[in-house]
Ligand binder design. Structure first.
Ligand code: F6P
Length: 367
């Protein structure tokens, strides 16, 4: 199957949604239809649609005027790993899982799909493995606001999330200044600090706290006091949801045992606000941006990136490549073995140039 010409292509969006998904769907579908007369089929709600056989033909009209839209016209799911699909609960209240890969393969066969374009993060790329093993040609496209996917310098969705977070932090500045407060803004990103680092740097946050650099409360409090003594009676802290104090653990907001990645982080900002207020006496507030940075229209960069990625995915399919993931490396769109990505997370290196640059303009990283 892997090497036969692709005449019918399935496409799905898996995991958490992000800005730019529709730009990718559009690029894949239009390139496939216009340039290669490939029939394109949209699989609804990620792997869930493959499991439940919810697969529909996509015509060019279906993907017109969607480049500006956030979310995904196909729907998504971050709980539907076919190799470990939750089917219910046992008497102890624990979820029961079943391998439903066989159902998916039947549905792929029924629709005569020659290949799959899987738009997602590490969960989706990991979920692709049983299909690759079964001989299905899977081409991955790297999506996530977290920017934590192995093998690519950037994922689409990240830049829009950074832009939205930056604008939100900019707005918080005024209240911080007017009320002489410490204002803490918590941003998503799981165990990676990419969003906090970039939004923190772009907004000129005084303190940036990343999961990769466990923070010292004392260092942060000293820094806020130091600023106060030098006429800056406010501080802005941009904190990643995965950040943790030295010797401590990240704050978990919920656990969903049916999800392949069951832990949801959140709440560290509020905890830090209490600690700073107690230690310094400076009035402190925390806000959580949460899903706000995952929504809305993609910025131009993500639309362009999505278009380049989508085009390259179809190029791979039509030149006989198999099991690849499209990536950006040193400004060039290229591709790597999709299997190299599974179960990995790309974290911010402690010697990242932007950390050095931010430190050089006086930003505190809680050290
Ligand atoms: O991976 C994207 C992401 O938004 C993370 O930044 C965040 O930790 C998680 O998904 C939230 O997941 P959910 O939408 O299930 O709450």
């Amino acid at each position: 199957m892997a090497t036969r010409p692709v005449r019918r292509l399935g496409i799905l969006t898996g995991g958490g949604d992000c800005p730019g998904l529709n730009a990718v769907i559009r690029a894949v579908a239009k390139t496939a239809i216009y340039q290669h007369e490939i029939e394109v089929f949209g699989i609804e709600d990620g792997f869930l649609g493959l499991i439940e056989n919810r697969i529909r033909r996509l015509h060019s009209a279906d993907v017109s005027n969607i480049i500006t839209l956030g979310g995904t016209i196909l729907g998504s799911s971050n709980k539907a790993d076919p190799a470990r699909f939750p089917t219910g609960y046992n008497e102890a209240g624990e979820p029961v899982f079943k391998d439903v890969t066989g159902d998916c393969l039947r549905h792929i066969e029924e629709h005569k799909l020659d290949a799959l374009c899987l738009i997602g993060g590490d969960g989706t790329m990991t979920g692709a493995q049983p299909f690759i093993d079964a001989g299905i040609n899977c081409i991955g496209l790297p999506k996530t606001i977290d920017n934590d996917l192995e093998g690519t310098d950037i994922t689409f969705g990240f830049s829009t999330a950074v832009q939205t977070a930056t604008e939100a932090i900019d707005r918080v500045h005024t209240t911080a200044q007017s009320h002489h407060r410490v204002m803490i803004v918590e941003v998503m990103g799981r165990n990676a600090g990419w969003i906090a680092l970039y939004a923190g740097a772009a907004s000129g946050s005084d303190v940036i706290l990343l999961p990769e650099i466990p923070y010292s409360l004392e260092a942060i409090c000293d820094f806020a006091r130091f600023r106060g003594k030098h006429g800056k009676r406010f501080s802005i802290v941009c904190i990643a949801e995965g950040a943790k104090p030295e010797g401590g653990r990240p704050v978990v907001s919920r656990i969903d045992p049916t999800s392949p990645d069951p832990i949801r982080l959140g709440g560290i900002g509020e905890r830090l606000a209490d600690d700073i207020e107690r230690c310094t006496g400076i009035e402190t507030r925390a806000i959580v941006l949460g899903h706000v940075i995952r929504g809305g229209t993609p910025i131009a960069f993500d639309r362009v990136l999505g278009t380049r990625f989508g085009y390259h995915a179809v190029h791979l399919l039509t030149t006989g490549a198999t099991s690849r993931m499209v990536v950006m490396r040193n400004g060039e769109v290229t591709d790597i073995d999709i299997r190299a990505v599974a179960n990995k997370q790309r974290l911010v290196p402690r010697d990242h140039q932007l950390i050095e640059a931010a430190k050089s303009v006086g930003t505190c990283f809680g050290e």
